[in-house]
Design a protein around this ligand. Structure first.
Ligand code: FBP
Length: 531
């Protein structure tokens, strides 16, 4: 039975994301080669790993007749890792572009992430199937997964499936790990005489897959706007009731890009940025002291409320917690939960005992698929509330009332309807991937530039994935953390003293989808970087 659509869903299914002018007529879009590339570091080793694909040229789409005779293409596509709004539009963009290039082209979707190609679980994607997914959030069209495909056996299975399906190309939509896999697969296929082109698409809400040539990953825009709406609403509630502090943890596994963008959008009283905390070597006690000092100062002004943003990755950057977790990981596999604490070193035991009971339990029971502590599930927001309370108790003349509530905004932002920005960005990425495959490019990531400009003026092209790589036991694409010397952080730093004391909250409200100037605001991160 067909599910009933909500009015917005029905409306979004009909929406045609505008394309950059360059991509309007694909038969008049050729590919121009630019400069040769190297890797971000460890050039020699990366070259050894990728003898066929290393050092290739940056390419850009330009106006001109498409080279070569247009034949139908058979393409595979997969979604990988955590959800990010816009994934479905990459697929519809790819499908529409393939059909524009040749109406007999076919698209096959692998199910459940990269493992789908190893196990040969796929569906053919048709216009009818895709009609229900245009401009929708989530990855439910194909599902996703985090299982790594890296063994020779898995690569050999992938090759077989690619050969059986006679694929001309494969598009991998994923984060830094999945794009590294894309480079490995492209190299493996060339090494085994396969002509199938593999192209990556930059996805992750975390915004940490970026580089000079790659402005932002898709999903960041929508996720930040969803979180900012919620934070703005909470700030307005706080300033109305004037009785609660809200400690809000935001997703973004390691980097603090999401927290920084949401701070720029909403002007909280404090936003912690992990990259600054590392640079200044702060520990939990110092962070708690700074927060307690702000609560104290605001209380002196009669303000017993406020909003604090905390990046998900914070826990990874507090040295005492890192040490504790390092010790816990092997102990978790060895001892029953109730005995583990007794095997900790004296210092880690002290750090453990300081934690609220709930967090102690999370540390002992929540594991990832390697059996280690699951960092993203640790309630850092509660840990900080606990630490701030302890600090406030030590302030003799503090007579205020600190009532704090904790929130975690993560999954709420990963599968929302993509903003118009992400809808168009992803649709353009899908088109670009089709052009790269048609042009014979493999081991490339599709990119769109000038994203802070009007969509019509966006430029698209491809970069060899090896140019983003360096060595860390094996070739990897390192996450790009917030640069505290770059404009978005500098601007935040300049404003935050005022935000701490004056209530300068900003209320972004819900994402707008009607084609108006309200729906076309890029993130502050993109705009400030352009200044
Ligand atoms: P990707 O890097 O795969 O895009 O995922 C990022 C993320 O959304 C992080 O922000 C978060 O820490 C993590 O996924 C949560 O993962 P899971 O879905 O496995 O709980």
């Amino acid at each position: 039975m067909k599910k009933l659509k909500t009015p917005l869903e029905a409306d979004r299914l009909k929406y045609n994301p505008p394309l950059p002018e360059l991509l309007l007529d694909l038969t008049h879009c050729s590919i121009e080669e630019g400069s040769v590339t190297t890797s971000v570091a460890d050039e020699e080793e990366i070259q050894k790993f990728f003898p066929h694909t290393f050092g290739r040229k940056i390419v850009s789409c330009t106006k001109g007749p498409l080279p070569g005779k247009l034949a139908p293409l058979r393409i595979g596509v997969m979604l990988s890792g955590g959800q990010a709004p816009g994934g479905h539009n990459v697929i519809t963009g790819l499908f529409d572009a393939l059909k524009k290039l040749h109406s007999d082209s076919r698209l096959f979707g692998f199910l459940g992430g990269p493992i789908g190609i190893v196990d040969n679980k796929h569906v053919e994607l048709t216009a009818e199937i895709l009609a229900d997914y245009r401009n929708t959030g989530g990855f439910d069209l194909l599902g996703s997964g985090r299982t790594k495909v890296k063994t020779d056996e898995q690569l050999a299975c992938s090759l077989k499936v690619i050969q059986n399906l006679k694929l001309d190309g494969l598009v991998i939509i994923g984060g830094e790990g999945s794009n590294a896999y894309c480079a490995v697969l492209a190299e493996y296929l060339l090494n085994h005489g396969s002509q199938t082109r593999v192209v990556g698409i930059p996805k992750t809400i975390d915004g940490d897959l970026q580089d000079g040539m790659l402005e932002v990953s898709f999903g960041f825009d929508t996720a930040c706007k969803i979180y900012s709406e919620l934070i703005g609403n909470i700030a307005r509630d706080a300033i109305s009731s004037k009785k609660y502090y809200h400690f809000i943890k935001l997703m973004g596994r390691s980097a603090s890009h999401i927290t920084l963008e949401c701070a720029l959008q909403t002007h909280p009283n404090m936003a912690l940025i992990c990259e600054e905390i590392i640079a200044e070597g702060k520990d939990l006690a110092q962070i708690a002291e700074e927060l307690a000092e702000m609560v104290y100062e605001r209380s002196q002004q009669g303000k017993e409320y406020g909003v604090v943003l905390i990046p998900e990755g914070l826990i990874e950057f507090i040295p005492k917690m890192v040490k504790l977790i390092e010790e816990l990981n092997p102990l978790l596999a060895k001892y029953p939960e109730n005995e583990i604490a007794t095997h900790l070193s004296e210092k880690s035991r002290a750090a453990f005992d300081f934690l609220p009971l709930q967090i102690q339990q999370q540390l002992l029971s929540d594991r990832d698929h390697h059996g280690n502590v699951k960092l993203s599930h640790i309630a850092t927001e509660q840990l900080l509330i606990h630490a701030v309370k302890a600090k406030l108790k030590q302030k003799k003349d503090y007579k205020g009332q600190f009532t704090a509530l904790s929130h975690f905004f993560g999954y709420e932002g990963r599968s929302g309807f993509p903003s118009n920005f992400d809808a168009s960005y992803c649709y353009a990425l899908g088109h670009t991937a089709a052009l790269l495959i048609q042009g014979g490019y493999t081991g490339y990531m599709a990119v769109v530039h000038h994203l802070g400009c009007h969509i019509a003026d966006w430029k698209t092209g491809g970069i060899p994935i090896t140019m983003l790589m360096s060595m860390d036991k094996r070739p990897v694409i390192k996450k790009t953390l917030v640069d505290i010397h770059e404009e978005p952080f500098i601007y935040f730093d300049y404003q935050r003293g005022r935000w701490a004391m004056e209530d300068d909250y900003r209320y972004p409200g819900p994402i707008q989808y009607d084609s108006s100037s309200l729906s076309e605001q890029p993130t502050f991160t993109l705009l400030l970087r352009r200044r």
